[in-house]
Design a protein around this ligand. Structure first.
Ligand code: UD1
Length: 402
């Protein structure tokens, strides 16, 4: 069986890495057992939606991902240009490689583009094509102004196997009329990566570089200065100067008290320069004096280390809401909605909206939050094994559909 997995943007890399590890483990089992099934040939295709060391290469190194078998190098562009470039090149790759299964993950433009191309490809006159699997299926914000929501909905309606991370996903897909036999609740491959790399993240030197680790003193054990971690890159939050200023105003109170470490996404950096927002909220850059500490985007292990040790995380990302839930770190989401309601149900995540009063109130309540942390079902480090096990049991004859 030949499986082709697509990665494109930063949040895709940690979702695919465990799948590749599970394929390798499957192949090891097959090689020592006569009835262990068929070996899987795996191909990794990188669209190049994200590129360069900070947004792509460092993740390959941190996650131990193999070099992509094919790198399309599409780069940045409008949604139409980027998606169209990916579609054109992916069609050629499919025709050359003729995989049995195509795996797409998450909700980025690369996910949508490759799922749509695969759903329409034809390997022969009967219209045979690969089976398409979507990892992280069924999430819905019900906000069609988010580009990712369009990507999620369209992708889920053209794929054959829908791998769901949380129960809301099953409900959403059924409500949209998707047949229950296509839906598989397997857990969260992003959490597979988190659990696998958490211990390794402890060797990150970022806390020391940012002067956030206190010297060990007499006890011989160092401790971490309380700090907040901020990420912000969603177009609705950073592409409009008033919206962006409003969010920064909502962070001012927190910044007088704790240093806010802010790894700045390239989109956000560009906007900050355009809007002249650089000096707004810039307290002392010495991290134990409060204020905003602007740094470059971080690699996976460095970011995990900062997230794990943060007193509070403020974000507009999807994946970080899940990772903080797993870590039990209080999270404030600067958006009006979430497609990941389980993170709110579990109590680690609060949806603050984007107005300064709401952000300030959510931060206050999260800073005094107490209570135990429980992790959602199947967020146990074995989601990718479930996926590969399921794929390996789909008989070859069922894969290429006429
Ligand atoms: C994309 C995803 C979003 C995801 C985010 C994580 C879509 C629609 N959006 O948003 O879901 O949460 O990635 O980062 O797919 N840029 C660089 N270097 C890069 C990548 C981007 O400089 O490696 C700059 C470019 O100027 C580009 C801008 O950032 O125009 C936006 O990049 P793009 O990939 O279009 O969307 P993101 O905002 O990163």
């Amino acid at each position: 069986m030949k499986i082709l997995s697509v990665v494109g943007a930063r949040p895709n890399f940690m979702k695919v890495a465990p799948i590749i590890a599970a394929v390798e483990s499957h192949n090891r089992k097959v090689s020592v057992s006569s009835d262990g099934g068929e070996p899987i040939q795996h191909l990794l295709v990188h669209t190049g939606q994200h590129y360069g060391d900070l947004m792509s290469d460092s993740f390959f190194a941190d996650l131990g991902l193999p070099k992509p078998d094919v790198h399309m190098g599409v780069g940045s562009g409008s949604h139409a240009v980027q998606s169209a470039e990916i579609m054109k090149r992916f069609e050629e790759i499919l025709l050359a490689e003729r995989p049995d299964v195509v795996i797409v993950v998450g909700d980025v433009n690369s996910t949508l583009a490759c799922a749509v191309v695969t759903s329409k490809i034809s390997f022969d006159t009967n219209g045979a094509r690969p089976l398409i699997a979507h990892v992280e299926s069924g999430l819905r914000s019900f906000d069609r102004t988010m580009p990712e929501e369009i990507n999620r909905v369209v992708t889920d309606h053209v794929v054959d196997l829908l791998f769901v991370t949380e129960e809301s996903g099953i409900r959403n897909l059924k409500n949209e009329g998707i047949s229950p036999d296509k839906i598989h609740f397997v857990g969260n491959t992003m959490i597979d990566s988190l659990l696998r790399f958490l211990a390794k993240a402890d060797s990150s030197k970022k806390l020391d570089e940012l002067h956030l680790r206190l010297p060990s003193g007499n006890t011989g054990r160092s401790s971490v200065t309380p700090y907040a971690l901020l990420t912000m890159h969603r177009p609705a939050n950073v592409d409009n100067p008033e919206a962006f200023r409003e969010i920064l105003a909502g962070l001012e109170e927190l910044a007088t008290d704790l240093p806010i470490v802010f790894p700045v996404h390239p989109r956000t950096r560009k906007r900050m320069e355009e809007f002249g927002l650089k000096l707004h909220l810039s307290g002392e850059s010495k991290s134990n004096a409060g204020g905003l500490v602007l740094i470059d985007p971080l690699g996976y292990l460095d970011f995990l280390c900062l997230m794990k040790n943060a007193a509070i995380v403020v974000t507009d990302s999807g994946g970080i809401q899940e990772e903080t839930t797993c870590l039990g770190v209080p999270c404030v989401t600067v958006r009006d909605n979430t497609e990941r309601p389980v993170t709110v149900d579990k109590g680690t995540n609060v949806i603050a909206g984007t107005a300064q009063a709401g952000i300030r109130a959510a931060i206050r309540s999260q800073r005094t939050r107490s209570g135990s942390n429980s992790v959602p079902q199947f967020w146990d480090g074995h989601a990718a094994e479930r996926i590969v096990d399921l794929l390996s049991r789909v008989r070859q004859s069922n894969l290429v559909r006429a």
